[in-house]
Design a binder for this molecule. Structure first.
Ligand code: AMP
Length: 114
């Protein structure tokens, strides 16, 4: 989508510190990190929110989760633990309308989230 910042990061039109890039998903460091490791993992395909996913996205989303676990290994947080979370809609706190998962680690997380 022409106006989507995350589509522009995926295409290279906007800069980001990428930690993973393949033909299905891209991962980059969050510009406003909330933990020592805070990485966003997105599908290249523009999907506005989790609510808009369809069956044809199943393989991409499965791949995305597996890439997240690989990045956790790379970042050295796989053994200490981490959180993989996607915000959806207003009450979920979603601010960018392109499906993304936050990979957060490097400190103990609290529960429940605020
Ligand atoms: P959410 O509130 O779940 O939609 O998360 C959006 C996240 O995107 C926030 O944590 C922002 O800090 C992050 N973000 C927004 N723009 C950028 C950008 N250009 N590069 C990296 N992270 C970004």
């Amino acid at each position: 989508m022409a106006e989507c910042a995350f589509c522009k990061i995926a295409s290279g039109e906007l800069p980001a510190t990428k930690v993973h890039d393949d033909d299905v998903v891209v991962a980059f460091r969050d510009i406003n990190a909330r933990a020592p490791t805070h990485i966003l993992i997105i599908p290249r395909k523009h999907v506005a929110s989790l609510n808009n996913l369809s069956r044809e996205d199943d393989a991409a989303m499965g791949h995305l989760v597996r890439v997240a676990t690989q990045i956790a290994q790379q970042e050295g947080i796989a053994d200490t633990g981490y959180r993989l979370v996607a915000n959806c809609g207003n009450d979920g706190g979603q601010s960018v309308d392109h499906v993304h998962f936050h990979l957060l680690g490097g400190r103990a997380m609290t529960w429940p989230p605020g």
